[in-house]
Design a protein around this ligand. Sequence first.
Ligand SMILES: [Zn+2]
Ligand SMILES: [Zn+2]
Length: 244
Amino acid sequence: MPRFAERLAGWRESLAELERWLLPAACLLCDAPVAGREGDALVCSLCRARWRPVVGPLCHRCGQPAFGDLECRICAAWPPGLTSVRSAVWLEPSARRAVHFLKYEGWWRVAEAMAEAMRTLEPLTGQVSLIPVPLGARRARDRGYNQSERIGAELGRRTGLPIRRELLRRVRETRTQTALTPEARQANLTGAFGCHGAAGMALVLVDDVFTTGATLVAAAAALTAAGAARVEAVTFARAMEPVG
Ligand SMILES: [Zn+2]
Ligand SMILES: [Zn+2]
């Protein structure tokens, strides 16, 4: 018996779909009409084309733009485990709105446009299995679905890579990370993930936004401790633009 919040999220989703069906097709992000050939795409091709890709040269590990031989400010202090992270686009206003619609407005099919932008990211080119970053039980219940799972499912559909969501779970509810410093984020996440059955596997974590990488680092540590041979990660967007 699904709890009330889950059903509510389900209804919200159905209503959003109904609204979509009743109204002439318009892009969720810019309100421009969506061309017939784009079918039932929620995000028009122009908005997708305007998403600004994260391009190199990148830090080989965290995927942030690299500046010559300068030590990377994002990943220099990361513990071993997570070997590489790549993101598709910068979290500029349009991409940020897409993430907002996916996470908070019930428009889970936005994940299709996101996965499309992510499908050629380097970690996805190997023989790997995908692991969406799990939400805590309470947050998953409030939201009705896990946005990372939606993105993972669309990535799986496009790449043919298997999804192994059962390998990783949140064992502890964590505070919202937004207002925390990088050090506090790390402490907040220690022991947050539990994992079993990952021995010898090559895995790619899937998440919506890369900010400091703390969540991915903690998840990768749990997977590595459970025997994973290699852990990488991909995200749709990347939050921090380097200065200078
Ligand atoms: Zn648009
Ligand atoms: Zn780095």
